[in-house]
Design a protein around this ligand. Structure first.
Ligand code: SAH
Length: 204
């Protein structure tokens, strides 16, 4: 499926564009939004949450620089769409969702999509997911209040990277790429102003 203005997307890896093009996004939204599943914009998924705009999913996936042998942690499963994109590029995806009803639905959607290398856990992803650590890559799809959660840095391999939106709920969120070098030193780069739902800390 070709999204509008896809040729202008700042996405370098052709594997990422290919994965997005082939994704059955209609499987990840509810009626009546299925009719808009192939528009390049976010859509509601219930519980006050949204499935991200396809361009933002593509951009974040590209920035994550996933390789086929990687184990990836996602914080904020939501619909499961981003996890399904990652599943096509990585060896294994571990995704954590704080709202139980969304976690359950995402598991069903991922099964319907035929994804067998994704596991979804109902938990607070601020703490990462220690049983499966360390991770080669970490992606956060809800806005972290001020800085990168330390548990995520701790669960990242040396030479790993984290892609996350950072900042309050207003207009001042930035998409960041955070890298950790061989010595464990961390540095972040701002990419773009974005708008995400906030990372919360209370299990629902
Ligand atoms: N990646 C999703 C978009 C998710 S929207 C997709 O492709 O559809 C952000 C999600 O993060 C919401 O579902 C929200 O419930 C979840 N979330 C917020 N705080 C969280 C936390 N601390 N741990 C795990 N999930 C969280």
């Amino acid at each position: 499926m070709q999204y509008e203005r896809m040729n202008e997307w700042r996405v370098r890896d052709p594997r990422v564009l290919d994965a997005i093009r082939r994704m059955p996004r209609h499987l990840f939204v509810d009626m009546p939004d299925v009719f808009e599943a192939y528009e390049d914009r976010p859509l509601p998924i219930g519980h006050g949450q949204t499935i991200s705009q396809p361009y933002i999913v593509a951009l974040m996936t590209d920035l994550l620089a996933v390789e086929p042998h990687h184990k990836v942690l996602e914080v904020g499963t939501g619909s499961g769409f981003q996890a399904a994109v990652l599943a096509r590029l990585a060896r294994e995806v571990v995704s954590v969702e704080i709202i139980d009803a969304l976690a359950k639905k995402a598991r069903e959607r991922l099964a319907a999509d035929g994804c067998h290398n994704v596991e979804v856990h109902h938990d607070d992803g601020y703490e990462g997911y220690p049983p499966k650590a360390p991770y080669d890559r970490i992606i956060v799809t809800a806005a972290c209040p001020e800085s990168v959660p330390q548990p995520l840095v701790d669960q990242l391999v040396p030479d790993g990277r984290i892609v996350l939106p950072c900042g309050g709920s207003g207009e001042d969120q930035q998409l960041l790429v955070v890298t950790k070098d061989e010595e464990g030193r961390v540095r972040g780069e701002e990419i773009l102003a974005v708008r995400f739902v906030p990372l919360t800390r209370r299990l629902r």
